[in-house]
Design a protein around this ligand. Sequence first.
Ligand code: C2E
Ligand code: CA
Ligand code: CA
Length: 685
Amino acid sequence: MLNADLDRRCLKRRIVWQLIAWTVFISILLVWSMWSVNEEVFTLARKEALANFNKDQAFRAWATGHGGVYVPMTEDTLPSPYLSHIAERDITTASGKKLTLMNPAYMLRQMMDLYDELYGVKGRITSLNPLNPNNAPDAWERSALLSFEEGSTEAYEITKIDGEPYIRLMRPMVTAAGCLKCHAHQGYTVGSIRGGVGVSVPLESYTEMADRRKNILWTILSVIWGLGLGVVGLGGRRSLQRIEERLDYEKHIWHQANYDWLTQLPNRNLFHERLERGLTLVRRDKRQLALIYIDLDRFKDVNDTLGHHAGDMLLQEAAQRLTTCVRAVDTVSRLGGDEFAVILTSLPDNMAVKRSATKILEMLKKPFIVDGSEVHVSASIGITFYPEDGKDSESLLKNADTAMYQAKEMGRNTYRYFTQEMNQEAQRRVDLENALRGAVDRGEFALHYQPIIDIKSGALVGAEALMRWTNPEYADVGPDQFIRVAEVSGLIFPIGDWVLGQAINDFNRWQADGLLLDRLAINVSSLQFKSPAFHRILQDKLTEQPSLNHHLCLEITESLFLDDEGEVTNQMAALRHKGITLSIDDFGTGYSSLGYLKRFPVDSIKIDRTFVRDVITDPEDAALCEAIIAMAHHLKLKVVAEGVEDQQQLDCLNEWGCDSAQGYLFGQPVPADQFFQNMKMRLCS
Ligand code: C2E
Ligand code: CA
Ligand code: CA
């Protein structure tokens, strides 16, 4: 996972946590504020209740201090039955007015009723031991009175009276000296708690005030909460934006590091990563994995003839086609150049790989339209399986490459499963290269010569120098094989130089001994021809021996022309200018583009021995040989037929007008001295 991806997740989590923390903080603040408002309002209400209580107390103290108050006796104010034990309860004034004693509690109750009527503030006197049964306590009052006896000095509660909210406050009623007049008979003494005086104040105005305040607080905190959310959200969004930008950049870099810029397929890097991951999975599940290694055939020709832009377009199209040959779970990647690979991790059946390989071959065989021209390529495929052909990615890939190489050897446009024998073959190539290196150091080479005969006259016109490896251990390794290895390893340069020097030496020796050959044909590999050192050495030889130029014939192959940007043409022209002749070897087997014959300055072509071999039995080969000869003559080129083994072949070639021939019919390639002897004998006979 990308760093920025991780950061993005962390940031998102952080933002969520910040929002939650902010919301929790504001919620706590809200709850605390609401509680504070309640507390404050309750304190105010309590104070009002207390003020009322205090006023009652003062009034009662006043009344008690006077030992009660005489009031006129009316229908409403009759003598109190609870004071009947007092002698002077009822008195008559001098004018005959009847007065009755009113004790403080009685007065107070009347006061309280009035107060309730006028202001809604209710008062109450109660006692655990009431004189008047109306003063008996309710449940809350009882528990408050009991708490007073245990030392408590105040009790209050919020309650509902007649459905309205009230705060109820109660404090103890302490017996004063004045009280004993009425209550001494109940056993009270000064200071003893006789009951409680309670005040109930309506809370409605307070709750309204509290609600108002709460609404304001709620609004303010909501705005602050919203602002906080905005700050966190905006800040988070900006950070997120920055991370997104970084993520885009990281993704871009990652893509560049893991995908091929041209085809947008996974590159070698990602391919290895996926292969490793695939191997881990199949190892765990004890399953099979297949690797398909694909190399386009003759892709280099496209690049060389149509240009790199065309090559790029072809690769893009090929990549596109490859992805249609496999399932979405499989990885198609471009390993580089014209090499692709497919990883098949979950194989549904044994035939799945064969099906994919066949489909790939079919798809790549279809013509490509590049820059308006139709181009044909094909593919060679090597296949390996895990675990049979390799336990790790390295060996699987290496062996798939080996199998692909075999497919190429088999003539391209085919697939090959890897076998251990192939590995041995690949090892053999490496061994051969090492041995060849030693052979160069030890000079284990010789040249054999084969005569070239003029078909019309039967006269000897020249000889072709053919290399041999003299080490008996490698007696069965022909130049066909070791020249290819020499080319791959770069050993062709010292070997080619040696051939040139040795052939000229032999030629000179024969000349000194009286055998003057018209033509000395030397095979020159394309790599060698393109090296400036070869031309320098050749020039040195010509300077040393100016007459040589009219006898030298260099046999080159069409591969030399493939990627020429004018250099090869110039060198060829320069050689011809010096009198050296140039011949296209193995004509018919390679690219055989007629365009080359026109474009490149050559003197002759050599029809490959595989065509000559079957001219008698295969009408197609016969037609081909005849056509090649006619066409070459048309272009004013001489034709040499290789591999002529019998008279019938020679007769045919003669009939078609072929100029000269070479083959076992006239002599096998033999060492220089023997060649000299053979030719001397031939000339004498
Ligand atoms: P090439 O240049 O086409 O050489 C002709 C090949 O045909 C030689 O094979 C020769 O022995 C063989 N040959 C000649 N007459 C007959 C015949 O009647 N029947 C059959 N079946 N074969 C015949 P050789 O000597 O094995 O050489 C193979 C190839 O190795 C040559 O093919 C050439 O491409 C390469 N080569 C040989 N010597 C050199 C060299 O000094 N330099 C370079 N660059 N390549 C060389
Ligand atoms: Ca040749
Ligand atoms: Ca040849």
